[in-house]
Design a protein around this ligand. Structure first.
Ligand SMILES: Cc1cc2nc3c(=O)[nH]c(=O)nc-3n(C[C@H](O)[C@H](O)[C@H](O)COP(=O)(O)OP(=O)(O)OC[C@H]3O[C@@H](n4cnc5c(N)ncnc54)[C@H](O)[C@@H]3O)c2cc1C
Length: 441
């Protein structure tokens, strides 16, 4: 949707081809993760506002929550990080967020949606000149057909078949990097009262003190969303994945941080627990190809889809839309291979990939691939994480990276490393309060 918004500045007409009936019947078929908790990182909100000015207020007016300061709580090993000034997060379900974004984008006079499923590319010499699609449902007015286009965008998500279509037409598919993480996810919705008046987001992950295991606190998150509800997600790797049983779900929430415990103790569940398996993070690197057709780009999960625990996917897709804008504003012809676009995208994806895979490699069952210098990265990452809990400036540097407002390499700045060393030696000199144990109030 944001890519369509970007293209509306450059094209006479933008057509979104979509098989899922999102407006009438939000089944989530096309992106089955749609019904899991979706947190929008601070940079994601900034990007939304960039492309759809006023959308934050529109979402709030319709019932979304806006969190900042102490309303946005990030915990590591059960200990709360200091609040970060300027960091804002919207509390809304993905369906709600998406429906508002869709409504705004579809009011643009040159953007239209067409019900249909793409099933091949149409080539015109060395460039893509359109898409072949099959119509969806009982719509004789829109028979199967071809859509001509100056630029085709693959926004088909994780299950994109772009590689198969390139192969079929004698082009190479982009090399795929993958990291098997074997993650289980479960989301439940609860009625929201006044049990946590000052919380919009609470997000808990294990960290270095627990060896990244769920011993000090369960990994999980909650977000205050529209219609006075909470969405709560729990996560676990390999055999420790959360199931659908509502009592087990609550029991596990009680082993997480206070916010989740309170909701487990005081709130009624609304509907069923929905689970999701996420086997691997993956990214396609188009910059490693020797040749690529003009008239074609890819955005979002079809380029990179990383461990959802870090909540990067929507923001990554939004940043890629901005990369496309920069590419087209630089005067690049849509008919030429979009190398400069893919280089911009690779820089953004690298940042997200680095953060999520470095964290995932701390899990014993995740066995690579390891980046160069991994041991040093891990050591420094552990120190910075530990220091971020006690030092607001280290925490700001760290959270700017988590929220994709800064590149991970900013964490290796001498000022951050010096501050980390000082914070850790100061905290070693004073008695350190233990993180709250699961079950304690
Ligand atoms: C369990 C889970 C939890 C997540 N939590 C978060 C989170 O908290 N925060 C966050 O930012 N991200 C999260 N993500 C990631 C986020 O869901 C994705 O990054 C995001 O949906 C990517 O958007 P996309 O448009 O690229 O793909 P999708 O949202 O998957 O959309 C793909 C679209 O393409 C359509 N399509 C598919 N095939 C065709 C075809 N042949 N022709 C035409 N259309 C087609 C589909 O119908 C669909 O509408 C999570 C992911 C998972 C799996």
């Amino acid at each position: 949707m944001l890519t369509a918004r970007v293209l509306s500045d450059h094209a006479d007409e933008v057509i979104i081809l979509e098989p899922d009936d999102l407006v009438e019947n939000d089944t989530g078929l096309g992106s089955p993760q749609r019904h899991q908790l979706h947190a929008l990182l601070s940079m994601g909100r900034t990007q939304l506002e960039r492309w759809l000015p006023g959308i934050t207020q529109e979402l709030i007016d319709a019932g979304a929550q806006l969190g900042s300061g102490k309303d946005v709580q990030f915990y590591v090993d059960g200990a709360m990080r200091p609040p970060v000034p300027g960091l804002q997060m919207i509390g809304a379900t993905r369906s709600f967020l998406e429906s508002h974004v869709r409504r705004r984008v579809l009011t643009l006079p040159n953007v239209h949606i067409q019900a249909g499923r793409a099933h091949d590319l149409i080539f015109s010499g060395r460039r893509v000149g359109g898409v072949r699609f099959s119509a969806i449902g009982d719509t004789p007015a829109t028979p199967d057909g071809d859509l001509d286009a100056d630029l085709v965008v693959d926004a088909m998500g994780r299950s994109s078949r772009l590689g198969t279509w390139l192969d079929r037409n004698a082009w190479d598919r982009a090399p795929l990097d993958r990291m098997t993480i074997d993650l289980g996810y479960a989301t439940a919705v609860f009625h929201r009262g006044d049990e946590l008046p000052n919380t919009v987001v609470a997000h808990a992950t294990p960290g270095p003190s627990s060896g990244y295991q769920p011993t000090l606190s369960e990994p999980g998150a909650l977000v205050a969303v529209e219609e006075n509800r909470w969405t709560v997600v729990l996560a676990g790797y390999t055999n420790y994945r959360p199931g659908r049983d509502p009592d087990e779900f609550r029991a596990r929430m009680r082993r997480c941080v206070t916010a989740l415990r309170r909701v487990a103790d005081h709130c009624e569940m609304d509907g069923k627990v929905k689970t999701f398996q996420f086997r691997e993070s993956q990214r396609r690197d188009f910059t490693r190809l020797a040749r690529f057709p003009g008239g074609l780009v890819a955005v979002g999960d079809s380029v990179a889809s990383v461990n959802p625990i870090y909540g990067q996917g929507l923001t990554l897709a939004a940043l890629q839309a901005s990369c496309l804008s920069a590419h087209l504003r630089a005067g690049s012809s849509p008919h030429e291979p979009a190398w400069a676009y893919f280089r911009r995208v690779a820089a953004v994806v690298d940042a997200a990939w680095q953060l999520s895979t470095t964290a995932d490699l701390a899990q014993p069952h995740v066995t690579g691939p390891y980046p160069r210098g991994y041991r040093l990265i891990r050591w420094a990452g552990d120190k910075i994480t530990a220091a971020s809990v006690v030092d607001p400036l280290v925490n700001k540097a760290y959270m700017d990276v988590v929220h994709m407002r800064a590149h991970p390499r900013t964490l290796t700045r001498p000022s951050v490393l010096l501050r980390t060393t000082r914070a850790l030696s100061a905290s070693a000199r004073r008695p350190v309060p233990l993180p709250t144990q699961p079950g304690q109030r």
